[in-house]
Each structure stands twice: as C-alpha cells, then as structure tokens.
Ligand binder design. Structure first.
Ligand code: ADP
Ligand code: MG
Length: 341
C-alpha cells in the first residue's frame, strides 16, 4: 500500500497554508483587481472599486461564551468584518451574517446576538442584506461578509509602503489582550461557584477593548478630511508583530519600530503588572486591537501629528534589514510573527 504524505498544518502556519492552497488559482476576470493577500478583495465596479471581506468566528476558538455576552458578540462580529473595509480606506456598505447554532441556544440568545449586531450596524451605517442559518453540532459558528466601496484613487493596499515612510498606529495596543487575560483569570477563579462575582472594578477600559472594540472609521474619515492618503495600511487584528510583518512582506520592505514609542495605555500596564506579564508582549502578540497600522511619506509627518490620537512608532527600511524592534538601550532585535526573537 502506498503511504500518503501527511504534513501537519502547524508546519506551515495559517498564512503559509493560505498561500499554499490558493497559489494555483489564477485571476481570470478583468474585474478581479486584487485577490488573496490583503484585508479585502478588490473588484472593479466601473467608477469605483468594490471591497469584499469575510471573517469566521468559532466558539471555543475565537470567543468563549462563559464570559462573552451574546449582545457583545454580535457587535464585535460586525466590527471584525468592517475593520477590514476601513483598512483599505473604504466605506462599509452591506453585510451578510451566517450562523451555525447548536441546540443549547434559545431564540432569545440569537436575538441578543442580532441586537448587538444591529447596534454596530447602525453606528457604522452598514445594512444587513442576508446570510444563512444552519444547525450545528459544535456550538456557535459565525461568518460575516462585508461589502464596501472606495474611490479608485483613494484605495490603500498593504503593498504600498516605501523606504523611509513613517509607521503610524492609531489608539493604543495590547488592551484587548489584557482584557481577555482578566476574563480568563476570573473564569478559572470562579469555576463551579454559584452566583460568581468577578472582580472587574478599575479594569473597564481593557474589558471594553476586548468585549466592545470600536473600528477606526473615525480615523479613515479624519484622514480623508485632511487629505492624507496612507501609502500602505492594515488593520491590527492579529497583533502588531504579525500584522507589521504582513504589511512589510506585501510591500517588499523592512521596518524599524522603537519599543518606547509603541502606545500602551496605563490600564494595560496596570493589568500586566497584576498578572506578572509583559505589556509589550501584549502589544506585539495580542490580537483583537482593531486599530489601524499605516505608513505615510516623511513629508506628511506634521499633518499626521496634528490629527492627534496617532503615534509614529518607527519607519520603513530596506527589505534586507528585516523587521526589527529597537530596544530602549539602542539594541535591535528581529520581530517575528510570534513577537520578538
Ligand atoms: P484578515 O486578518 O485581514 O481578515 P486574513 O489574515 O484572515 O485577513 O487573511 C489573509 C488573506 O488570505 C486575505 O486576503 C483573505 O481573503 C485570504 N484568505 C484567508 N483564508 C482564505 C481561504 N480559506 N481561502 C482563500 N483565501 C483566504
Ligand atoms: Mg485585516
């Protein structure tokens, strides 16, 4: 009997797997402008580009219902979907949501989920236009697809960064990850206790970043108002390390990021202190921030600083120098997808 080759998925990783299984698909339609490899697919729609993005959220993998209220989950689903549209400098227009539901869920649970999704949809101006519903054996499965649009001359890909461009991030990083750790700690501490009373006082900020993240539509609007078009952009869903590496890979460039300039909020530091963990690791490896990482030419430094709420954390370098983190003592260490090596 011939032995079948079996390769563990972990040897390729998520991005390696996607690359391997999609590499033989050719774009044959003239209207397919960008396929796999950016935050959205880009489709030519005559006077504009259409943007399309899909995300999958699985119970036990992407969320834990012991501490994630259904209403928040509905809200976050829409945020996760729309964030990719904003990362292309686009406007989110329509969405479909598909769900697989196991027998443990009631009508009221699903209503809660959709009421949260509706809050986000109203805030972001996105219409729910369809989806699919099925029963499931394994808890809750959620899939969201969002359609958006962007003027052709306004689209921003991951691939446009140039040497010496400034690397900018919105908001602060690592808070959602520390929020998740707090929720996890309380879940373990209160397991099996009737009427558990988790200790969340003083940690509202990091919990909100985890349970009710806000996608940066406001930044996209502000950039347009100030006539600033980033040279490259990606949304921070997987963590600064992984997302910066993806942007650099697409742009065939390297990056130098200064550790001291990575924006980390005080509540994130405080929680890291309490949990004996490193807030920088949270910022680099923790995902779920849904902030934006973008690059602009050096000439736009003043304009970006003027906007407020945006930090310049480093600059783009030649591909040969790699993606590096500059430590406070001036030493450089390479950034890997899992953080710093
Ligand atoms: P994001 O984090 O922005 O949602 P991902 O990291 O999930 O993006 O995906 C990276 C790229 O790979 C995207 O262009 C996405 O459309 C594509 N992709 C992901 N999974 C698949 C798949 N199973 N088949 C085809 N393309 C995929
Ligand atoms: Mg993305």
């Amino acid at each position: 009997m011939s032995e079948q080759k079996r390769t563990e998925i972990s040897t390729l990783g998520e991005f390696g797997l996607i690359e391997q299984v999609t590499k033989d698909f050719k774009l044959t339609q003239p209207s397919s402008i960008k396929g796999v490899g950016d935050d959205c697919a880009v489709i030519d729609a005559a006077d504009q580009y259409l943007l399309l993005t899909s995300d999958l959220l699985l119970e036990g993998i992407n969320f834990d219902l012991t501490y994630f209220p259904m209403k928040h989950l509905g809200y976050k689903t829409v945020v996760v979907g729309c964030s990719d549209i904003f990362a292309m400098n686009g406007t989110a227009r329509q969405m479909t949501i598909s769900i697989g539901i196991s027998a443990k869920f009631s009508v009221e649970d699903i209503e809660e989920f959709y009421s949260g999704a509706n809050v986000a949809a109203t805030e972001l101006g996105v219409d729910l236009i369809g989806g699919d519903t099925s029963s499931s054996l394994t808890g809750l499965t959620i899939s969201i697809s969002v359609v958006g649009s962007v003027d052709k001359d306004k689209i921003v890909y991951r691939s446009g960064a140039q040497e010496n461009d400034l690397i900018c991030v919105t908001g602060d990083l690592g808070a959602a990850y520390m929020g998740l750790h707090l929720l996890e700690r309380e879940r373990i501490a209160l397991k099996g206790i009737d009427n558990p009373e988790p200790q969340f006082e003083g940690h509202e900020y990091i919990l909100e970043k985890q349970l009710r993240p806000f996608p940066r539509k406001d930044v996209i609007d502000a950039l347009a108002l100030d006539d600033i078009k980033p040279s490259a952009m990606i949304d921070l869903s997987d963590g600064l390390a992984s997302d910066l590496i993806n942007l650099c890979k697409s742009s065939a460039c390297g990056a130098r990021v200064y550790l001291e300039r990575i924006p980390i909020a005080k509540p994130t530091y405080d929680m890291a202190d309490e949990l004996n963990s490193d807030p920088v690791v949270a910022a680099l490896n923790g995902g779920d921030d849904y902030e934006l990482l973008f690059t602009v030419p050096l000439s736009m430094q003043e304009a970006v600083v003027k906007m407020g709420g945006i930090d310049i954390i480093g600059h783009i370098t030649a591909e040969s120098s790699g993606v590096e983190l500059v430590l406070p003592d001036g030493k450089n260490v390479p950034i890997t997808a899992m953080g710093v090596s």
